[in-house]
Design a protein around this ligand. Sequence first.
Ligand SMILES: NC(=O)c1ccc[n+]([C@@H]2O[C@H](COP(=O)([O-])OP(=O)(O)OC[C@H]3O[C@@H](n4cnc5c(N)ncnc54)[C@H](O)[C@@H]3O)[C@@H](O)[C@H]2O)c1
Length: 255
Amino acid sequence: MSSTLKGRVAIVTGAGHGIGKAYARRLAEEGASVVIAEIDAEAAELVAKELNAEGFRALAVHTDVTIPQSTMEMARLAVETFGRIDILVNNAAIFISVPMSRAPFDEIDPGEWDRMMAVNVKGAWLSSCAVAPYMRKQAYGKIINISSGTALKGSDNRIHYVASKAAILGFTKTLANELGKAGVCVNCIAPGSTLSEENPDEAIIKRRTAASSARAIPRLQTPEDMLGAVVFFASADSDFITGQTLVVDGGSCMH
Ligand SMILES: NC(=O)c1ccc[n+]([C@@H]2O[C@H](COP(=O)([O-])OP(=O)(O)OC[C@H]3O[C@@H](n4cnc5c(N)ncnc54)[C@H](O)[C@@H]3O)[C@@H](O)[C@H]2O)c1
């Protein structure tokens, strides 16, 4: 266990599955207390139980990031349990665990479009609103938004998802401007296609592997590949860096 984030408190939304779960574990390994804020209550409890059994400090909070009262309660419970909030990772999304349909742009269901925006964009906004008062009060905080390489390159048959992830790029810059004076840094990570499925079948592995050929480092991307970036943006090492998007994709997208 390292002590880079000793004494810090982190909330990771959507930490019950996939990459968010890996973020929560790594932040805990770096010394932070972690809140597993997740719509799948059972998964959240399981992750928190595992971490606590290993001697880390974790709290599961059943959270729907689209509901203001739910995000406020997430922040309130984080402070009640651990005393403060230093880090928010806006990771929850409609993607795999809560699946999206992959269809041409003119066949996407309007209801699914709205839900996508509600979780992936409004959810990041509401979660940020919920933690901001605590971060302002302590004049310190780190908000890390999760976009996607798809926002920079475009991806067929998921225009609602891509549009939601592109929104996060502008959201990051605006929030960074508005919270800079309060001592809060806001940055963004844009992962490439990552093998984050819990039980991937051969078709999924094949699809994820296909993305590798476009990379300068031509291999499969796993959740572990993002952990250095999340710790960097969560730590004091990035205290003068804000409004930035770091692409973590093995050099597929170089802008
Ligand atoms: N896996 C990839 O290839 C990839 C690539 C680029 C970006 N991303 C992004 O990384 C993040 C994690 O993706 P993942 O691959 O682990 O997928 P995932 O679907 O497993 O993770 C998303 C998590 O958010 C939770 N969630 C969904 N709706 C919620 C809500 N309303 N409130 C709270 N939690 C909710 C899900 O239950 C799940 O745990 C997402 O933001 C995704 O867009 C993933």
